[in-house]
Every structure is written in structure tokens, then in C-alpha cells.
Write a protein that binds this ligand. Sequence first.
Ligand code: AGP
Length: 602
Amino acid sequence: MCGIVGILGTGDKAKELIDGLSLLEYRGYDSAGICVLKDDKLVLFKKKGKIKGLQRLVGRRDLSAMVGIGHTRWATHGEPSDRNSHPHTDCSNSIAVVHNGIIENYLELKQGLIDRGHKFVSETDTEVIAHLLEENYKGDIYKALKETVKVLEGAYALAVVTKDENNRIVAARKGSPLVMGIADDKVIFASDITPILMFTKKVVYLDDGDVVDVSGVAPSIRIENGSREKAVEISEIDWDISQAQRCGHPHFMLKEIHEQPGVINKLYKLHIRGSDVVFPELSHMDVSGLKKIYIVGCGTAYHAGLVGKYVIERFAGIPVEVDVASEWRYRDIVVEDEALCIAISQSGETADTLAAVEKFRKEGVKVLAVCNVVGSSLTRAADAVILTHAGIEISVASTKAYTAQLVIMYLLAFFLAQKRGKGIDSYIADMSDIYSAVNQVIEQKNELQRLAHHHHHFGSFLYLGRNLDYPTALEGALKLKEISYIPAEGYPAGEMKHGPIALIDEYRAVVCIATDSFVYEKMYSNIEEIKARKGKIIILATSGNSHIGQEFKEVIYLPKINEVFSPILNIIPLQLFAYYVAVARGCDVDQPRNLAKSVTVE
Ligand code: AGP
């Protein structure tokens, strides 16, 4: 959580840092701050609340300078307040630091520093770093940082400046993301590549343990890891800054929902050759004899994993176990032979997913990352990587990354099936219908807006689905609760009678996924049971299903596709419904309360 930016190079630092932080605001938004080295003094602005508040505080001040650092916060230690906002400084306001992560031994370090006379002004774990830097500083901030990180336990991405060394910025990472961008006349540090894209497409993905020194007007760069000097390896990225703009949409979430057909098409074109599924990414991995697959992920990525289980078992016949990464990491797993772990993550920085991956690797299980962010920690920890190519996803509520993960799950299932000599040609052909079907559903957005308008006052929702649509029920409910704050629960419809049916009355809204499927009749019986108990029913059905419309008022009809692909299509109306309910309730759709896009702490 939290986003950090650090920039060395001439320019209006207020604008550069605030623009950069705005692109990282999805990572945390309860307070923000910047520090600029101006006229040999550290000038700080910190403000509780969103970046707009910080922007107002800075106003039109001239902050043209060579170096500056900035931070947008998701509070861990200490409530959101001006005082607890970063950057944090040492006793004499000579050194300033921004930090993403958690210093686990900060209490012990803080006590030692207090005993040695340091004065603390915040309740944060981060402030100890500023005071440790002060103790270690002997005229060289890089040396001071290398000494300081030796005593830090936990996770950190840090950027540091000092008033005593103009034209210098130093940084370090361990367990929290940090990328360095290299433009002609600037070096930029950031928690992800989006702020870097404002200046350059040339990036250096930093590794855990890297400590970086950038200094000089024509900046020179030094990276050390342990006591070893490292080469600066530059990669070129193909993302574009326009992807991080709303482009006329009122919210990123709506924009990202609209981008889904394009993402589906792109993945299809990348991985289908005639009637073959290709994954050059797996060429160095022998997957033909796999006997077991473990899938891990969190939140939405976990739901994609559940769909993965259904389709891999169905098409490839390989047993699959799925769990949320936060549970996997503490389970006593009994790993089977010839196994593969598939770790799914949009950001590639989710702490629990990374920890689960580490555990699998220690057990000797190879890891395949299904990830959206190239160069992220997950992609570098894995043995093989399949990118989801959804482009930058800014909205905290994941939409296009989810559909991309689903498409990869299907393609992977087909790929594994082909490796085992199973015929799936007709499915590959049918998969090409999804693009236009998803487009058609997005065109129905006015109808979903109307539906949301009529239901946004409900106090709770139940989402029901069976088989492949059970994960869709979970994901639909997650979308609604995270952006509208309405309690919503996803359930396998067959479990209704084992408890949840007690919840049904005229005040309960129940979203029933009843598109064409071999379990349609079963689902229909469940719907009748809810009707008999006066639940307020909303149905997703397949167009051409005339009888359901005669009996129920609120039916959203979806185009007919091969029912195997229903998870990809059926989630679209549920995303739009959640979006419009949140808008109707006046919620902050892209930045829901208490959440952050990347959960980089446990
Ligand atoms: C999705 O809408 C959520 N915001 C959240 O559940 C998310 O999917 C989860 O935190 C996992 O993130 P990741 O895909 O970046 O690992």
C-alpha cells in the first residue's frame, strides 16, 4: 500500500510530484505529502486526505528544483493526519524520507533512538528511518542509507533526500515495489511505472536488497546489492500514459469496463494460431505430465482461480486445488509430485500471493505467474510468466484484469488439454464469439443503470450461481460491496437450503445467474424458492429464454454463447450494476474507503 515518487532533474517539482502521486493515488489515499530541496532547505507540504487537498495547500508556489520526493498514504501505523503523513524528517529537518511498507522492528528501534535523544513527532514506523539516517550520516547520504537498511526488518521501498547534498537522491527496496525510470535529463523513482511514463519508457526494475544512488546534473547511477555493485539493466515498456487517463469517462472503472472487449481480443490473437493454443512463455517448462495444479490469488484473482479450477479439470483432466493466498501461506501443505503452482495477480505485488509463491518454491514446486504488471515482484519470483496484457488498471475495483485472467485460464486449460491429446477445436472456435458478446452487454449499460437506480437502496444483496457461475456470484458480490459498501454475499445456489435461505424476505435483493447451462433447471428451482419467500429477484438469463421473462420482471438478457464461457460474459453486467449502484449512492467509485489497489502488506 502507499505510493512513493522521487525525482532528480530540473523542473517544477510541485507539479511533477503531485502529477506522479495522482497516478499512484489508487495505492492509498488517506494523506499525501511532498518534500522539495529548495535554496538548500527541505520544503515540506503534508495534508490529511486526498491529493487534491495537498495540491490546494501547495497552491501556486514556485517549487522549481532539482530533487523532490512525494508520498500518498494508506495508513498502517498511526491514524491518517497531517502529522503522520510522509515525508518524515530527522530531528534537524535535514533528511527527508518517503516509505512504502512496514518496519516490523520499529518499536525497538524507536526506543533506542529516544534513549539516544531523538525527538519523534509522528506515530509512524517510518520516522525511525529518518532518525537512523541522521545517526548514520557522515556527509554521504548513500553510505548512511546502506548502514540504515542493515537494521530494518520488514518491507520497504524508500526514497531519501538531504538538504546537505543538492542534486542527489537515494533509494532502496526490500519486499515493496520500486521502479526507476531513466529519461534524458531525469531519474524517477516510483512504486509503479505509471508516474515514470510521464517522462520516459525506459525503466530499471529494482530487486530486493538494491540500494541506489543517483547524483549529478547529468545523473550518474550506482546500484549495490549487499556489497556487490550491479549493472544498470534498462528495459523498455510498451504501456502508454494515455492508459492512465480517464479519456472522457467519469470514472476509471467505467473506462476499464469498456476496455474489456479489446483485452479479450488481444489475448485471443496472441495465443491462438488456427486451432492451436500457443504459449511460448511455457516453452522451457514441461507441463505435459502434470499431475496436480495449485492455484493461489487474493480477492478477484482468487475468483479467476476458481474458474481456472473448473475449466482445467474439465478440459485437461488435471486435478486443481485453489485457495486464497493468505490461507495457503500458513497451511501445512502436502505437495504432490509433478505439481505446478499458478499464482494469479493483477499487480504482482500482493504480499500474501508472494509469500504463498515463496512457500511453493521452497517445496520445490515450479511457479507460473499470471500477472498484469511486467517487472513486478511476482513476475520476477516465478519460473514462468504469462502476462494478462490488460494495460494499466487504475480503479481499485478490478474489472478488465479479471476478464483477462479468465481468458488466460481458459487458454491455459485448452493448452494443457492439447498437450494431453484432447480435442478442443470447437471450443477454440466458439471462444471467438466472446468479443462481440461482451461488446453487446456493455451496450446494455443504460438498462443496468436503470436497474441499479431501482435497487441502490437495498440494505443487502445475495448473489447466486451454480457450477461455473458460482465464482461469478462471488465476484459480482465483491464488486458491489467494495465500491457501494452494501453487504453482499456470493453463494453457490445449491447451498441455499443449508442456511442462507433464512435470509430471504421482501427486503433482500437476490441476483440469480441463470444463463444457459446444464444446471439451468436446478438454478431455476432455486429462483422459484426465493420467489416463494418474496425475495427481490434480479436475473441474468440468456436471450431467447422467453418463459423466465413471463414470470419475473427484472431480467437482464445476455447474448447466446457457448455456455462454457459464461464466466467471461456474465461478470460484465454485474460489474456495470455494481458501478451504477455505487454512483447512485454517491460513493467514490475509483477509490473506495479503506481499500488500496495493491495490498503490499500482510
Ligand atoms: C478487486 O476488485 C480487489 N480490489 C481485490 O480483491 C484484488 O483483486 C486483490 O487485492 C488482489 O490483487 P492483485 O490481483 O493485484 O494480487
